[in-house]
Ligand binder design. Structure first.
Ligand code: 6PG
Length: 229
């Protein structure tokens, strides 16, 4: 399977991503089964989530949405991933999804992690059908940053991480064990400025902790949609 599909236009990038997600959700809809979709934040997915919200043949009552990671800011903050997903996807749907599990930053970091974990514990077999990830120019994915202690987590599915590079220091994130429970992983990458880090990820060893995205990128069930714009 081609690992990296390069697109030279926004429209073909969006078409490829949305079609791939759409077909997977419809398959589980037809089987009457729940589809568990984990969503990243950031800027790349905004237009993709808006396009997903326009699809008219999905039974969203059979779709569970999970937030991959969050910046520890109030929901009202424009940097909130929960807020972005609510605005670009959930509020635009005619039918509400079965659930939307997010890190509730109205609580302390520890309480937000515990509340999210309770949601995971209440699922029968909480694995994800599909996880959507981005990559930062430093090689992070989700909120797993180079050098983070969370990169060594082998048991817990959720963690608090910190970053000095970005303006929001405290992050809440799924860890490798959670992300590796996915049946499939899509990396959604937009911008020629990401070509360099994508090349580094592609040529990196799988477990290179200096490039956290590498371990997930090199999984058999991961594919990359790259809009080289
Ligand atoms: C976040 C994301 C993060 C993102 C990358 C890429 O909270 O910012 O989850 O991992 O996917 O930083 O971000 P862009 O799509 O904005 O380039």
């Amino acid at each position: 399977m081609t690992k990296i599909r390069v697109h030279n236009s926004e429209s073909t990038f969006q078409e490829a991503v949305v079609t791939s997600i759409h077909s997977r959700i419809l398959k589980k809809n037809r089987e009457g089964k729940i589809f568990r979709l984990a969503l990243s934040g950031g800027s790349t997915p905004v237009s993709l989530y808006e396009a997903l919200s326009q699809l008219t043949d999905i039974d969203w009552s059979l779709v569970e949405l999970y937030l991959v990671d969050e910046r520890y800011v109030p929901l009202s903050d424009e940097k909130s991933n929960q807020g972005m997903i609510q605005k670009t996807l959930i509020e635009r749907l005619q039918q509400k999804p079965a659930k939307f599990v997010f890190f509730d930053t109205a609580f302390s970091i520890q309480e937000a992690l515990e509340k999210y974990q309770q949601e995971l514990d209440s699922s029968d077999s909480p694995f994800f059908d599909l996880v959507l990830l981005g990559i930062g120019t430093d090689g992070h994915t989700a909120s797993l940053f180079p050098g983070s202690a969370a990169l060594k987590e082998t048991k817990h599915w959720l963690a608090h991480t910190e970053t000095k590079k970005n303006d929001i220091k405290d992050r809440l994130t799924m860890t490798y064990p959670a992300l590796e429970s996915a049946q499939e992983i899509f990396f959604l990458i937009r911008g020629h400025q990401k070509k360099s880090i994508l090349d580094q990820v592609e040529s990196s060893a799988k477990n290179n902790l200096k490039i956290p995205a590498a371990r997930l990128f090199h999984r058999e069930n991961a594919q990359v949609f790259f809009a080289d714009l």
